[in-house]
Unconditional design. Structure first.
Length: 424
């Protein structure tokens, strides 16, 4: 899941649009297009309209028909249906967890190497590009962003609990997830309130995205049942529940949104894209939030790719959009404008990125915090079953948290449900 909205940070900069030369032709059997228009499918919650408007400022004669299909999962489902029916968009945004199912069928997409993707792939993080590269070499997607991990916390509530509020001191409170849970116990003991919003997305989803092997091994075999990284993350979530430090409020639901402003919890997981969610859902709390390092120091949750279906009528126009908007300098400009973390490491040392601070989050140095998180990551493979596997683990944890599941049986229940869901 990746739900995001975009709201400009004060450091917003004008988007520096640099046109990129389009590569060669579209190959045999490719539909003829007019080169001056293309149809673009995106998912909701990320204000893709803004990016399209920026593109049209330097390409005023290009018509972009943007459709926000629904959630990232709904968009992937609609794309699957469209591919089967033959009527496809020219360009589509695919969320990272949904991408592997499409990479397994490269014949359904334009191989972006024909437009020059092989010449620019070095601009992007190797492990991110590898996710959109088929085993037979086709490149079907160019990455738009990644989701480095951090923790957002309420400085006012920490102060009331007698905890430090300085972000460096707060980061030192939890070098490990065990220490994070112990800090939660101190907060709850001092205030009588929950420390963290929930154990599923704010503990399990973070810890499971921090190591070298998640649900699949490097060869693509499913290993969710035997991966120490997965079991440890699951156990941390159960420990948080048993410690009584969670608000039992599932991320993005109405009570979670309302609870954010009410102070029902003091801490929430904050991958880079989450900052806009917090800003939008609790606008009155400007200056009361800050950002600390994630336990363990690094990780990634989220990221998306732009792809061109095989039957696209206007693939060259779609590629021009990709190559223009996803250049290193334009990814940097987009980060400064709306906070989407670049996938282009060449800009990670750019003074503008390193100087980026977010006044809503007490002037936290978001550029440095999130790039450090991504650069410290040991990459892991995302497979075609990853989304379904993660959802079943989350369901089992949520059931325990809501008092509907037995913590002693939760792991085995999750494994059984996963096997039913994916057949492995």
């Amino acid at each position: 899941m990746k739900l995001r909205t975009t709201a400009p940070i004060v450091l917003a900069a004008a988007l520096v649009l640099t046109t990129a030369a389009c590569g060669g032709g579209g190959g045999s059997g490719q539909p003829a297009g007019d080169g001056k228009s293309f149809e673009f499918w995106s998912f909701t919650g990320i204000n893709q309209k803004r990016t399209v408007e920026d593109y049209k400022k330097i390409n005023p004669n290009v018509q972009v028909k943007l459709t926000e299909v629904g959630s990232s999962t709904e968009t992937a489902q609609s794309l699957t249906t469209a591919l089967a029916g033959g009527k496809v968009p020219d360009l589509v945004l695919i969320q990272g967890d949904n991408l592997p199912q499409f990479v397994q069928q490269p014949q359904n997409f334009q191989d972006l190497r024909q437009y020059g993707a092989d010449k620019i792939k070095g601009d992007y993080l190797d492990w991110v590009m590898s996710q959109s590269t088929a085993k037979t070499g086709e490149i079907i997607g160019i990455p738009t962003d990644v989701g480095g991990l951090a923790v957002a916390y309420r400085t006012d509530l920490f102060k009331e609990a007698g905890l430090p509020t300085d972000r460096d001191e707060v980061s030192k409170l939890w070098p490990t997830w065990d220490a994070f849970i112990e800090t939660g116990k101190k907060y709850t003991a001092a205030t009588g309130k929950a420390f963290v919003d929930n154990a599923g997305t704010s503990v399990f989803y973070q810890a499971v995205n921090q190591g070298p092997q998640k649900y699949h091994d490097p060869s693509g075999n499913v290993v969710y049942a035997t991966s120490p990284q997965v079991k440890n993350a699951f156990d941390y979530a159960l420990k948080a529940i048993q410690a009584g430090i969670t608000a039992k409020q599932s991320s993005f639901e109405e009570n979670w949104i309302a609870g954010m402003s009410k102070g029902d919890y003091a801490v929430v997981s904050a991958p880079s894209w989450m900052l806009n969610q917090i800003r939008d859902y609790a606008p009155g709390l400007k200056g009361k939030w800050d950002i600390a390092t994630i336990p363990g120091g690094a990780g990634n949750w989220g990221g998306s790719y732009l792809a061109i279906p095989k039957g696209a009528a206007n693939p060259k126009a779609a590629w021009d959009y990709i190559s223009t908007m996803q250049s290193p300098q334009n990814q940097l400009a987009h980060f400064l404008d709306v906070g989407s973390l670049p996938t282009t490491p060449s800009v990670y040392k750019d003074p503008k990125l390193l100087a980026a601070k977010d006044p809503f989050f007490s002037d936290a140095p978001i550029g440095k915090i999130y790039t450090d998180s991504v650069l410290g990551l040991k990459p892991f493979l995302i497979g075609p079953e990853s989304a379904a596997i993660g959802q079943e683990f989350l369901n089992a944890i949520t059931n325990v948290e809501q008092g509907k599941g037995d913590p002693a049986k939760a792991w085995d229940t999750a494994l059984a449900n996963i096997k039913t869901a994916i057949g492995k």
